[in-house]
Design a protein around this ligand. Sequence first.
Ligand SMILES: Cc1cc2nc3c(=O)[nH]c(=O)nc-3n(C[C@H](O)[C@H](O)[C@H](O)COP(=O)(O)OP(=O)(O)OC[C@H]3O[C@@H](n4cnc5c(N)ncnc54)[C@H](O)[C@@H]3O)c2cc1C
Length: 382
Amino acid sequence: MNDKRVHIIGAGPAGLVAAINLARAKYEVIVHEQKKDVGGRFKGEYQGLENWSSDEDALDFLNRIGVFLNFCCEPIRETHFCDPFHSVVSVKTKRPLFYLVERGTMEWTLDQGLKRQALAEGVEFHWEEKIETLPSGWVIVATGPKAADAIAKGMVFHTSHPNICVGFLDNRIAPKAYAYLLINNYRGTFATCLFEDFPNEKKYFVRALETAQKLFPFDVQAPQEFGGYINFFLEFSMVRHGRVLYVGETAGFQDALWGFGLRYAMLSGYLAAVSIRTGLFYDDLCRQYIRPFMETSLANRWLFAHLGNRGYRYFLKKMAQSPNVIAELKKNYQPSLLKEMIFQVARKNYRTRLINKQCMHQNCNCVWCRHCREETELSTVG
Ligand SMILES: Cc1cc2nc3c(=O)[nH]c(=O)nc-3n(C[C@H](O)[C@H](O)[C@H](O)COP(=O)(O)OP(=O)(O)OC[C@H]3O[C@@H](n4cnc5c(N)ncnc54)[C@H](O)[C@@H]3O)c2cc1C
């Protein structure tokens, strides 16, 4: 095996961060991407790089994992939250609650920024190459979600409305999840997310939009619809055959509570690169730096799903009264004995809703197959 060559399958944030770090360490890195460019899964929508789950600011985090800012990354210090009874709570924070990033093929998206950094380090890209079978040697599989635990239905649009960020909690418009409105520089993203009742996504989207426009009248020009899904699961091992490392959402790395998976995706790409470079076990790194937070996020999901509309109102009221919202949120993301106990209950009841049957083979060598990995815990496939 050529120890200095790494094939990376998938050019999302997880694969690209791995590529940047390995190429910088003088590995020969080949990224295979099924689309003709990075960001092809997205339409220019805004996403939030969350800044509440850790003491480390997201910009310091990016710096630590070897990424510099050559993409739009707008700090958000004021966010409005709307409860099911249409009371609006405005939260102002000293440290940004999150950073707004764009996803897609446009110049200032996170995806394009990471691609430029990878190219500058000498990474070789093979576009429109859908990899079905694992290559030999070191492989990092970074192919994104393969099943849906939650879905989003939304639109990107132009608007004359000034910048604003709003989150809506209401099971009538976003069952067990939330809807969001993000406007920055006269471009907007509006979406509703669903953790259940997927077939009625259109109905929820229409209702969510009506609510949002009633409370924050904004004009919509040149709308373009988008949809998407997120996938969360826990597996015992992220490694196959001792040379194939799974990163990002295809490894189940997601925030089960609200789907803020970007940080996990990029962190896991970085850890995979560290593992190949140093010989440290990737599974050990994941167990230390990612797994405890995923378990806590599943416990949080279980709690959140049981709140109901009155519970959301209480939750938002409590948040509004808090002198330090970020510290309050961070506390909820930290592993604890209580969260561990709730996790044990949550994991027994957690089932992925839409399973991609792309591979149900036993012992095959395709990139989707999860059967060959060691003991599966909360697997979505099989
Ligand atoms: C609507 C929506 C809104 C979201 N909002 C947020 C948010 O606000 N904050 C947040 O933190 N997260 C958010 N997320 C989640 C976030 O987008 C993901 O966690 C993140 O993109 C995962 O990165 P990844 O690199 O693992 O996978 P992806 O970004 O999905 O990249 C995977 C890449 O692999 C390629 N690929 C797949 N299969 C193959 C193959 N066989 N061969 C070659 N290439 C292949 C795909 O084309 C794609 O380019 C959102 C997700 C959705 C759907």
